[in-house]
Design a protein around this ligand. Structure first.
Ligand code: FAD
Ligand code: FO1
Length: 447
């Protein structure tokens, strides 16, 4: 008997009479088989209604300027999804094109009885779901498989401060940070044509000027190896090492989390088991900071513009619009790491070459873009553009919230007033020198 999914994770996107066809899980944000509440719910519904379960992925030709670097990593993970599903006797279908057309077409072809998809607070995904549910007359459900406490359960409004969301999260964590039920094989013998991944990789129109990264390897298995390695060697020193760009003190899990190749809930369960008392600093980032980002994108329609910054921040930035800027750089000067600041250039280089800038430097990097841009609008646009073009974990709610924190005081408080920044928290090169060996980092990344 399959254990029932907590109803509070499930949202009805469209109510309609259940038809007698197969249940389809339209996989999008959470691209994994294990520890996936959306897939578990679709599996439960198919079993209860004694109909087959099918999984569908719609490969969009363009996804918010994603480059080949991102698609190569994602496809690497989807290859594993296909194998894992066929091991469980579940057909996996990959359609290519715009979801608003290709999904309804597929659901009609297969005579689907119901469709389940995963939660995503980004505007593009909300758009997709609107366009897909309109023409189809079957019931649609959305399940939050990304957050531990579902985004819509934690709060129903923008939380401007981490401590308010932390309080609300901590009240519910014990109800939702539960173990996952096993994912059972499906009976019957379903055949589906193997997907020609090489042909897909050859014909994808993604921008190839940003090459795939050598590390990390994509896919769920690699994600779990990365987690195991972090539990063994990184978790204990995380609190002390995570802010030193010369040490490999972070978990390196963000790209796997972004593409849903591993579950944050699985990570939290394993971290707690490995170090029941000492993992506060890591869980604060993994749970509070991450869920703050989803909250920020879901309830803040302007999450990707200056209009979405907290009112106090907009006011202070406005008051300093006319302050003289010591340096004003174009997007191209930033992109090619040709500013006057060797540390900033080294951080930019680390990002373009490896697809992952160290977390501490991401704050410094974005704040300097504010300091050296003609306006906050231009700074925010440049930061988002570069972050999403080169970071493997880009195009993520964490990216919008991270850039908005750095440039627009999102989830932060006012600091001492100063030119250009107003009361937005400032970071300086001398501050970095006090924290870590700047020259060592610059030497490593400026050849
Ligand atoms: P760890 O330190 O090991 O943290 C573990 C996990 O916790 C991360 O994978 C992430 O899911 C979460 N986390 C950690 N720090 C944060 C944070 N500040 N906000 C939200 N979640 C966090 N993260 C992205 O996933 N994608 C982005 O595009 C992104 N852009 C950012 C841009 C700026 C300007 C800033 C300041 C931060 C950004 N972050 C982004 C957040 C954070 O820097 C990265 O999540 C982290 O560096 C990823 O490396 P890691 O997995 O080794 O992190
Ligand atoms: N999601 C999809 O459902 N189909 C895609 O083709 C797709 C491409 C893609 C490329 C780069 C990238 O960073 C994300 C991409 N996503 C795609 C979305 C991703 O799965 C996440 O849902 C969001 O980016 C994070 O919220």
């Amino acid at each position: 008997m399959l254990s029932r999914i907590d109803e509070r994770r499930i949202r009805t996107l469209k109510a309609a009479p259940l038809r007698n066809g197969p249940v389809v899980y339209w996989m999008s944000r959470d691209q994994r088989i294990d520890d996936n509440w959306s897939l578990l719910f679709a599996r439960q519904m198919a079993a209860e209604r004694k109909v087959p379960l099918h999984v569908l992925f719609c490969l969009a030709p363009f996804f918010k300027d994603a480059t080949w670097r991102h698609y190569a990593f994602m496809i690497g993970g989807l290859r594993e999804v296909e194998t894992a599903l066929s091991d469980r006797n579940i057909p996996f279908h990959l359609v290519r094109g715009d979801p608003d057309f290709r999904i309804p077409e597929f659901l009609d072809q297969i005579q689907a009885g119901a469709c389940v998809t995963d939660f995503d607070p980004l505007r593009i995904k909300i758009e997709w779901k609107k366009q897909v549910t309109e023409p189809t007359d079957i019931p649609f459900y959305e399940v939050d498989a990304h957050n531990i406490v579902p985004c819509r359960v934690v709060s129903d409004k923008v939380e401007y401060a981490a401590f308010t969301l932390r309080k609300k999260l901590n009240r519910r964590l014990s109800e939702f940070l539960t173990v996952f039920p096993p994912f059972e094989k499906q009976d019957g013998h379903f055949r589906h044509d193997p997907i020609d991944w090489d042909e897909i990789e050859k014909t994808l129109p993604a921008d190839r000027s940003v090459p795939p990264v050598k590390q990390p390897q994509p896919g769920a298995a690699a994600a779990h190896r990365m987690l195991k390695n972090f539990l063994k060697t990184g978790l204990k020193q995380y609190e002390t090492d995570r802010n030193d760009p010369n040490r490999d003190g972070q978990s390196n899990l963000s790209s796997y989390l972004h593409f849903g190749q591993i579950s944050a809930q699985r990570i939290a369960l394993e971290v707690q088991a490995a170090d029941p008392t000492g993992s506060f600093a890591f869980l604060e980032e993994l749970i509070v900071r991450r869920e703050l980002s989803d909250n920020c994108c879901l309830f803040n329609p302007d999450y990707d513009s200056v209009a979405g910054f907290p009112p106090w921040a907009r006011k202070t930035l406005d008051a300093h619009r006319k302050d003289p800027r010591e340096y004003v750089y174009s997007k191209n000067t930033f992109e090619t790491a040709r500013t006057h600041d060797p540390l900033w250039n080294a951080a930019q280089k680390q990002m373009t070459v490896t697809g992952k800038m160290h977390g501490y430097l991401r704050m410094y990097w974005a704040k300097k873009i504010l300091e050296w841009s003609a306006s906050p609008e231009e700074a925010f646009e440049t930061a988002l553009y570069l972050n999403d073009r080169y970071e493997l974990d880009g195009r993520d709610p964490n990216g919008y919230a991270g850039c908005a924190w750095s440039i627009g005081g999102m989830h932060d408080r006012p600091w001492v007033n100063r030119p250009v920044f107003g009361m937005i928290r400032y970071m300086s090169l001398s501050g970095c020198r006090r924290k870590f060996d700047v020259n060592a980092f610059v030497d490593r990344w400026s050849n």
